[in-house]
Ligand binder design. Structure first.
Ligand SMILES: Cc1cc2nc3c(=O)[nH]c(=O)nc-3n(C[C@H](O)[C@H](O)[C@H](O)COP(=O)(O)OP(=O)(O)OC[C@H]3O[C@@H](n4cnc5c(N)ncnc54)[C@H](O)[C@@H]3O)c2cc1C
Ligand SMILES: *[C@@H]1O[C@H](CO)[C@@H](O)[C@H](O)[C@H]1NC(C)=O
Ligand SMILES: *[C@@H]1O[C@H](CO)[C@@H](O)[C@H](O)[C@H]1NC(C)=O
Length: 373
């Protein structure tokens, strides 16, 4: 087959669920051929590193208030839900019967997400435990990061995408990695709040502590509508290698960077969850692991947009660590196209496919623009 397509060089910074999903859609794009390299400090094999968030997610689709007031986010979530729902037969995604309890009275017709999930229905008052006022049941989805992220990576590797472990500290370093005609996707999340050059100070963490359990008796997911920094949820997850596990949560501690474990919080999480699912106290249930992860939140919500960064930078340039490149090659003027995709806070998985589609559209528009010049 003869083709006139030239390969567009693409560097994806970050190998969390966002970076991997974006690389995946770009690798499969049929109308543009991308030559893709993923650069990240933490890779899917680093499931114990606290320097990134993706290992610590629940990871289910559950209602968040931002989806109710931001049309774009709602669209991402709808697309992602449908994509994950279609993936259930692969075994990577679990169909998750869920009970949602709240301390207020609710009417299903007022819930923005009523048509997004499956089989939603009101729970009868006798099925709603004290001290909650109301509840609904519905079917949603969950994934297991320990299997889902390596799956994405292996799909990418078989498409010819390469991975490089590297801690990027400044824009100058990125410039030489991306090259003069390349495009950069910035899916570096909280980890690069301070890549020197264009620090985004709107980013902040929301600390989440959880417990991973083996609990064969658990049939359903339970989510309590949270009003404080303490939240309560039980999320069974799929597992080909490790069946019958679930995540118990949790906390929602804004602007708390502490990644150390708090056993008093763990006690509270376990007791609140066991009150809703007594089988957690049975002899066959076991605690496998305690986790602390930082959700990458952003004051104005997630950022997905194209920016052209003029290089070399003027402002903070004198404090940039020396990276070994000769000064002359650093100083050629260039406007590097960067597509940002970060700040997904508590919902990076449930927005991943929809947001990645939007990133791909931005990349294609950038390629088309270059070809018309
Ligand atoms: C307790 C908890 C429960 C959660 N539950 C859910 C849930 O149920 N559903 C859901 O959708 N979401 C959930 N989340 C949120 C979800 O985990 C995040 O939104 C998501 O993982 C963010 O992915 P990301 O790819 O943006 O960032 P990350 O996973 O943090 O990845 C960032 C990547 O960038 C790399 N990087 C950063 N800086 C640099 C640098 N300077 N140089 C090189 N590489 C760099 C990192 O190494 C990493 O590869 C939960 C989070 C927590 C903590
Ligand atoms: C729920 O809201 C709908 C539409 O506003 C209304 O018709 C219905 O009576 C309400 N149901 C209850 C139980 O309040
Ligand atoms: C990428 O995003 C981070 C925020 O996560 C920001 O601090 C950093 O400056 C961005 N990098 C580039 C090259 O734009």
């Amino acid at each position: 087959m003869s083709t006139t397509k030239t390969e567009q060089s693409l560097v994806v910074l970050g190998a969390g669920v966002l970076g991997l999903t974006i690389a995946y859609l770009a690798a499969l794009a049929d109308d543009v051929s991308f030559n893709i390299k993923v650069i990240a400090r933490d890779l899917p094999e680093d499931m114990d590193s606290q320097a990134w968030t993706s290992p610590y997610a629940g990871a289910n689709w559950s209602p968040m208030e931002l989806g109710g007031r931001d049309e774009r986010v709602r669209h991402w979530e709808e697309k992602t839900f449908n994509k994950l729902w279609d993936m259930i037969p692969t075994g990577l995604v679990k169909r998750l019967p869920t009970r949602f309890y709240t301390a207020r009275t609710i009417n299903i017709s007022d819930l923005w997400w009523k048509d997004l999930v499956q089989n939603i229905r009101m729970l009868s008052p006798s099925d709603v435990p004290e001290p909650f006022k109301a509840g609904v049941a519905f079917d949603t989805v969950s994934v297991n990061p320990a299997e889902y992220l390596p799956w994405l990576q292996s799909e990418l590797t078989s498409c010819g995408v390469t991975f490089e472990r590297r801690n990027v500290r400044s824009l100058d370093e990125l410039k030489s990695l991306v090259g003069p005609d390349g495009i950069l996707v910035n899916a570096s999340s909280l980890g690069s709040r301070s890549i020197i050059g264009v620090e985004d100070t709107k980013l902040y963490p929301i600390r989440g502590q959880t417990i991973l359990v083996h609990a064969p008796g658990l049939q359903e997911s339970v989510i309590v509508e949270a009003e404080t920094e303490e939240s309560t949820y039980i999320i069974p997850r799929p597992g080909k290698g490790q069946p019958d596990t679930a995540i118990l949560g949790g906390t929602f501690q804004q602007r708390n960077w502490d990644t150390s474990l708090d056993m008093q919080i763990a006690r509270g999480i376990f007791d609140r969850c066991a009150a809703l699912a007594p089988c957690l106290k049975s002899a066959e249930s076991r605690i496998l692991k305690h986790n602390v992860g930082l959700r990458p939140a952003r004051e104005e919500g997630p950022r997905v947009e194209l920016e052209r960064i003029a290089l070399p930078l003027q402002s903070t340039h004198d404090l940039v660590p020396w990276n070994g490149s000769p000064a002359s090659s650093c100083d050629r003027e260039q406007a590097m196209p960067v597509v940002h995709a970060y700040g997904f806070g508590p919902a990076g998985y449930q927005r991943s496919w929809g947001a990645a589609e939007e990133v791909l559209e931005l990349l294609k528009a950038q390629v088309a623009l270059k070809q018309n010049i």
